[in-house]
Design a protein around this ligand. Structure first.
Ligand SMILES: [Fe+2]
Length: 313
């Protein structure tokens, strides 16, 4: 709050001239413009590249004791292109590696538009290091490029998939991968983006035993509503970019409907936990109270002495 200006007693009842009133108005306007400029500069030039590592401890009911403490780094929504520099992706990769994760999950929107940056993005992502590997699904921007005539499918998903696979990233397209560690096993299930029209949950879960612990990678958080009886103890998503601009009192300005509630964070759903990551890149270079994020989860087998809910450290 602005400190109240003290007025000397001698001036208190003196009538103010028109020029004095104008000067007060000018000062108020200058103050308002200064604040607006500072907010704009911060949202445009500081926050979009100010990466944050968020850490979560997550006790899971169906998580094997042998896998207690498994650490997963989650990155999403890179949107590399003319606006988002490759250097931001390099920084995110370095931050993820520094967390020493056992597994790294990537949930799509590797490029913003078209094929131009596919090889460069894949090259940077090839530097990710985790003993169990790096696993990915595709996002809506990986399926199509916006043109004057609408959205053009141009073999883009196949090109991204091939570029990532050549560099050792396992790309899951409506399929599951069984991971074994310390004599226990779990599944990582990955689906194509919901908006692509190619998301097939049934195919992705096919053949997985009913009680097996599953992690789901799905670019769009609303995929969790299409699970049709399948259960994932943790779903990792992105897509929202945290709303990008979270104005106090108004919430995420660029999101509507249910997506406003799911803008970012950890949610407990009927089908298990859902995490919506704020992502690394952006469409429009503007972030306010929605910093770009690398999320790290430590999965704990549930134990009475442990926390009953997810906890952000
Ligand atoms: Fe995105």
């Amino acid at each position: 709050m602005r400190p109240k200006r003290q007025v000397p007693d001698s001036q208190r009842d003196r009538p103010r001239s028109a020029s004095s009133r104008n000067s007060t108005r000018r000062r108020g306007l200058a103050y308002w413009l200064g604040r607006a400029w500072a907010h704009w500069t911060y949202a445009r030039h500081v926050e979009p590249h100010w990466l944050e590592v968020t850490r979560w401890q997550l006790p899971l009911a169906n998580w094997p004791e042998a896998l207690d403490g498994l650490r997963i780094a989650h990155l999403t929504d890179f949107h590399v292109g003319r606006r988002v520099p490759l250097s931001l992706l390099v920084e995110a990769v370095d931050l993820a590696n520094a967390q020493k994760p056992h597994l790294i999950a990537l949930t799509g929107d590797f490029v913003h538009a078209g094929r131009g940056y596919v090889e460069q993005v894949a090259e940077v992502l090839s530097r990710l290091r985790a003993p169990l590997g790096v696993v990915a699904v595709l996002g809506n921007h990986d399926f199509a490029k916006r043109t004057r005539l609408g959205w053009a499918h141009s073999g883009l998903p196949l090109r991204i998939e091939a570029a990532l696979r050549q560099r050792g990233v396992r790309v899951l397209r409506n399929e599951a991968w069984q991971v074994e560690r310390n004599g226990a096993a779990f599944y990582v299930v990955g689906v194509d983006d919901l908006w692509s029209g190619r998301c097939d949950v049934q195919a992705a879960f096919r053949g997985i035993p009913a009680q097996a612990p599953c992690l789901l990678l799905a670019h769009h958080p609303q995929t969790i509503e299409r699970l049709a009886g399948h259960r994932a103890i943790l779903t990792l998503s992105g897509h929202t970019h945290g709303g990008q601009v979270n104005w106090p009192g108004l919430g995420p300005l660029f999101l509507g409907g249910k997506m406003r509630r799911w803008a970012t964070g950890l949610f407990h759903q009927r089908n298990g936990w859902l995490y919506v990551n704020r992502g690394v890149g952006y469409g429009l270079r503007l972030r306010y109270r929605a910093r770009p994020e690398v999320a790290v989860f430590t999965l704990l087998s549930r134990n009475e002495n442990r926390l009953a809910h997810g906890r952000h450290l």
